[in-house]
Design a protein around this ligand. Structure first.
Ligand SMILES: [Mg+2]
Length: 151
């Protein structure tokens, strides 16, 4: 069953409120950039570790996937997102199967991408959180539409 309902709160709207419950704001209620970056870094690395532990608990490390196999599995989740789009699902649409237990849709496939990337990073001791923060900081310094690319 397809759900095209786009009502409801977008997840990013409430992020500052959620952060307020886990980090201290300064007297102006401003999140210090350094603190925010640490929350992002720790959150990503925590997710990666949990993805690794769940894959291990579910037997996916016997034998562990090779590095190129892990990359191919990330590709497969991107392809699943594309297939949902090709079937006419809007990017924001979600629906449930398996008696309401399994979330489906493009967002769910993107979540699979993130989880598989985290699993891969944890397997190979990649400090993904720190690297994401560093890349985002670097991207802020790049010129407008750097490289004059169309996309
Ligand atoms: Mg999937």
């Amino acid at each position: 069953m397809v759900n095209f309902d786009l009502t409801g709160e977008h997840p990013w709207v409430s992020v500052p409120e959620k952060l307020d419950s886990v980090i201290e704001l300064n007297e102006d209620d401003i999140i210090e950039e350094e603190v925010l970056n640490q929350v992002i870094e720790d959150g990503i690395n925590c997710m990666a570790q949990l993805a690794f532990e769940n894959a291990d608990a579910k037997g996916f490390h016997n034998p562990p996937p090779s590095f190129p196999e892990s990359l191919a599995l990330i590709h497969s989740e991107v392809s699943e997102a594309l297939e949902d789009y090709r079937k006419g699902h809007l990017p924001q649409a979600i629906w449930y199967t398996d008696e309401g237990k399994k979330i489906c849709g493009i967002g769910s496939e993107l979540a699979d991408v993130v989880i598989r990337v985290g699993h891969l990073a944890a397997m190979h001791k990649i400090d993904l959180g720190s690297i994401v923060v560093q890349k985002m900081e670097y991207n802020k310094t790049r010129s407008h539409r750097h490289g004059n690319k169309v996309l």
